[in-house]
Design a protein around this ligand. Structure first.
Ligand code: NAD
Length: 504
């Protein structure tokens, strides 16, 4: 297969310095380049190859000696990638992976996630080292040297200085408060989530405009921005396709290219929707370039790099605020607690394994959008009902690990549709970026059982089991959910809607 980014040109490259002669209003969304001026030519200079002088941006990545071939496409040599939220579940594995691929990785974190999990009275069940030890081990074991700075993203002066010093060619923005239940605890938690997330992103956008407008921004959204519309309208990748039409009152309009409606599930998800609009506008006003990544629920513990040494592992949470569903079910199985399915359990969600998610990120970093282009990618590898996830965890746990697992349906602490159609379009990653999922759900669940059964981790799981049952309700009450039903895996009949995933 052709390498996915071989034919991208200087136009996509963060090393290109635009020398004018271009009306940017023609770029980005419309993908139409409108040269201005007498000679009608668009000229650039290359920050990495000044000897080329001014030239038309037509050199492809395949032709350019600054881009070298890797297993994930062409990658800019020594590419400077900054990860915001580097200490997190995803930030840490991505830093190691990019470092192994030869990128110059820098990043910031204020350890907020560690603090918030402590606030819940919990801890990561997979022990993680202090940042100084993580960095030392990364250097010794993997030969990866990371330029890390402890920093609050909303400290704009410090962030501006760091970005100015590093001049990143891509910025991955993971540094947000990530939990729906956390944002629903009370007014303080809701405000903290929205301030942290929305203002953090806003500050970053202004700094990028001033210092690194050519750098690509990989901004993490979530599939939860779309919600689960009861009409069954497909969840396109951020924008309506060109041939979409709105019909009303005997009239019709093209919807092609317009942002699709969002229907978030919590105040956390609302913060992501607000980010979406802010990033979209910044691309429009200042010709920044961004992938807004609607990421599904991540599961798992494994990448080759985090598995290389115990001090390189990434965190894994199982508490009712921060634990994501597969991660929670596996730990519950090990504790002998019936798996906690909320409500009917017919809710359908898009998911992806940690290792696959990391590959997607590398491929996107390697294929920057054009100036002014705001692009949305739905990053999932499969659709699953929560009930099915419980069945799968129970099956792998009993067949491969000899566990006897039950499932319990609980009163749903959330406000969400428990039965709904769900059709997701996720074709850009495969069609435009050459990504095909490698890690099936069962395989990663099996790896999780392997790792989490280690004595030290089992002890840690056991120590905090009181944080598992949900008590944070969307109504604002704090009350443990009643048990509606307990059943054995496989007892429930296939029923209701099936998820549809369009990858073509
Ligand atoms: N994990 C998932 O299943 C999932 C799914 C969809 C989207 N996402 C999104 O992906 C991103 C990363 O998720 P994660 O699971 O790695 O979360 P995480 O909480 O483990 O990582 C985020 C990191 O950012 C840091 N951070 C937060 N606010 C900060 C601030 N103001 N200044 C500096 N550092 C700050 C935290 O301390 C944490 O280490 C988030 O934006 C999240 O919303 C995650």
């Amino acid at each position: 297969m052709e390498i996915h980014n071989a034919n991208k040109t200087c136009w996509n490259c963060p090393a290109a310095i635009l020398k004018g002669n271009v009306d940017f209003r023609g770029c980005g969304q419309s993908r139409r380049i409108v040269p201005k001026g007498d000679d009608k030519q668009l000229m650039i200079e290359c920050a990495r190859r000044p000897e080329l002088g001014h030239y038309e941006p037509s050199i492809t990545f395949e032709q350019c000696p600054e881009w070298r071939e890797t297993e994930f496409g062409y990658l800019l040599k020594d590419m400077r990638v900054m990860i915001l939220g580097l200490d997190g579940y995803l930030g840490w594995p991505l830093a190691l992976k990019l470092g192994k691929l030869g990128c110059k990785v820098s990043g910031v974190d204020n350890y907020l996630r560690r603090d918030m999990v402590m606030e819940k009275g919990s801890h990561t069940v997979v022990p993680i080292a202090r940042m100084t030890d993580r960095l030392k081990t990364a250097s010794e074991v993997l030969g990866v040297n990371i330029n890390f700075r402890q920093m609050e993203l909303n400290d704009l002066k410090a962030l501006r200085e760091f970005i100015d010093e590093v001049k990143p060619e891509a910025i991955v923005h993971y540094a947000e408060i990530t939990a729906a239940p956390y944002s629903m605890v009370d007014v303080e938690h809701a405000i903290k989530t929205q301030k942290n997330n929305v203002l953090g992103t806003m500050g970053l956008l202004w700094i990028m405009k001033d210092i690194v407008p050519m750098s690509s921004l990989l901004k993490l959204g979530t599939m939860g921005e779309y919600g689960s519309p009861l009409t069954g309208r497909p969840l396109f990748e951020g924008m309506f396709p060109n041939d979409a039409v709105l019909q009303w009152d005997d009239r019709e309009w093209s919807m092609g290219g317009e942002l699709t409606p969002r229907d978030p599930h919590s105040f956390y998800h609302v913060s992501k929707v607000q980010d979406t609009y802010n990033v979209y506008e910044a691309c429009k006003y200042w010709w920044l370039r961004s992938y807004d990544i609607m990421q599904g629920v991540i599961f798992g513990v494994h990448t080759d790099e985090v598995a290389a040494h115990p001090d390189l592992r990434t965190r894994l949470d199982y508490d009712e605020w921060f634990g994501t569903v597969v991660n929670r079910f596996v730990t519950q199985s090990l504790l002998g607690i019936p798996l906690t399915v909320y409500g009917e359990g017919e809710q359908i969600r898009g998911m992806i394994a940690l290792e696959d998610a990391m590959e997607c990120m590398v491929r996107l970093i390697a294929a920057p959008p054009e100036p002014g282009q705001y692009d949305v990618v739905n990053q999932i590898s499969g659709l699953y009902k929560i009930r099915e996830v419980a069945d799968t965890v129970a099956e792998v746990g009993s067949e491969n690990h000899g566990l006897d697992i039950e499932i319990q349906r609980l009163e749903n602490p959330r406000v969400e549709a428990e039965r709904h159609p769900f059709e997701v379009v996720s074709s850009k990653l495969s069609k435009e970026h050459g990504f095909f999922p490698n890690v099936p759900l069962e395989k990663e669940i099996d790896r999780m059982f392997e790792l989490l059964s280690e004595d030290e981790i089992m002890n840690r799981i056991d120590q905090k089991k009181h944080v598992i049952m949900p008590v944070t309700r969307w109504s604002g009450e704090k009350k443990e959910s009643g048990v509606l039903e307990v059943y054995k895996p496989g007892e429930k009949k296939e029923e209701g809607y099936k998820g549809i995933l369009d990858t073509e």
